[in-house]
Design a protein around this ligand. Structure first.
Ligand SMILES: Nc1ncnc2c1ncn2[C@@H]1O[C@H](COP(=O)(O)OP(=O)(O)OP(=O)(O)O)[C@@H](O)[C@H]1O
Length: 289
């Protein structure tokens, strides 16, 4: 396992934000951490990065307790936090080249570090802006630069905190490709937070839902939806009257409808529960317990 979290607790003052968080990640796995505002997603990531000291629990990233991580350990992590605000007068290529130099002593034959600047610019779609000053970039271009800064050291583990906020659909789709490529070709293990359920669905091998200080559900979208009963919605009309019903077995339900109504059955539609339906049910269920 590249990352293991067992019984993680984080207390601010007398409030437990995280009370008992446990999960693990395999090499090259992409995990999406979902949860309502204030659930503790950024806190979890900051603890894993070694930026924040936890109150209790066992945590290991690349075999090291983040609270005791040294520079060598840190060089194997990539971090994309909320936007990079300094260095407005630097040019894009210049900054990436400069930051990349920090990783050179940690280069190995399996992971040559840093990522060559021009290749990296190309990978994040910033080649046309390479000579531009950072303060002149658009919001989305700026975010691509944040991502480039996070991966310039060819990290073994990459943390992405809401990476695609402000991306246009094309940039988002290109970013998704980049993340999948990092995981598949470089075996980078990726933990990202997002409020975009579609993004979590597309990107993640596994989704972790954090609420009430715990991981309340984990799995693929399909696995999560099977946790929720009444997952499909069937709609139809008979003699011009519309009907709708939720069912766990839409195939059987539809067969019964045909049995009952035969050719009078019109406008039949089966709608699978979306990740959004499942997520909302999970989080609302947690709030009422
Ligand atoms: N340094 C701190 N001191 C006290 N409370 C804090 C501190 N940092 C965060 N918190 C609280 O911890 C909770 C979790 O915050 P965190 O930023 O981890 O949530 P999040 O899931 O990332 O939220 P969002 O989706 O809004 O980004 C919030 O209630 C926040 O107010």
């Amino acid at each position: 396992m590249v990352m293991t979290v067992d019984g993680l607790r984080m207390r601010y003052g007398d409030t437990d934000v995280l009370s008992d968080v446990s999960f693990a990640a395999r090499p090259g796995e992409v995990l999406a951490l979902l949860g309502p505002n204030g659930a503790g997603k950024s806190t979890t990531i900051e603890i894993l990065e070694g930026f924040r000291l936890r109150s209790a629990g066992d945590v290991e990233v690349l075999g090291v307790d983040p609270a005791a991580g040294d520079e060598h350990w840190r060089s194997r992590l990539g971090i994309v936090l909320q936007s990079w605000r300094d260095h407005g007068n630097w040019r894009v290529r210049e900054l990436l080249h400069h930051l990349g130099r920090y990783y050179a002593p940690y280069s190995t034959s399996a992971a040559p570090r840093p990522w060559p600047t021009d290749e990296l610019l190309d990978a994040v779609g910033l080649t046309p802006f390479a000579g531009q000053k950072i303060k002149t970039l658009s919001g989305g271009q700026r975010r691509r630069l944040d991502v480039a800064i996070g991966i310039v050291g060819r990290p073994d583990v990459l943390f992405l905190d809401e990476p695609t906020v402000g991306f246009d659909p094309e940039a988002r789709s290109e970013f998704h490709e980049l993340v999948r490529r990092l995981a598949a070709e470089q075996d980078t293990t990726i933990l990202l937070t997002t409020h975009d359920l579609n993004e979590a669905d597309k990107l993640a091998d596994r989704i972790l839902v954090l609420a009430g200080g715990r991981i309340i559900a984990a799995g693929t979208t399909a696995e999560l939806t099977t946790l929720i009963a009444g997952q499909d919605e069937v709609r139809w009309s008979v003699d011009g009257r519309p009907f709708r019903e939720s069912t766990t077995d839409s195939t059987r339900f539809v067969r019964d409808l045909f049995g009952t109504y035969g050719d009078r059955l019109r406008e039949l539609e089966v709608r699978r529960a979306s990740l959004e339906d499942t997520y909302l049910t999970l989080v609302r269920g947690q709030e009422t317990t």
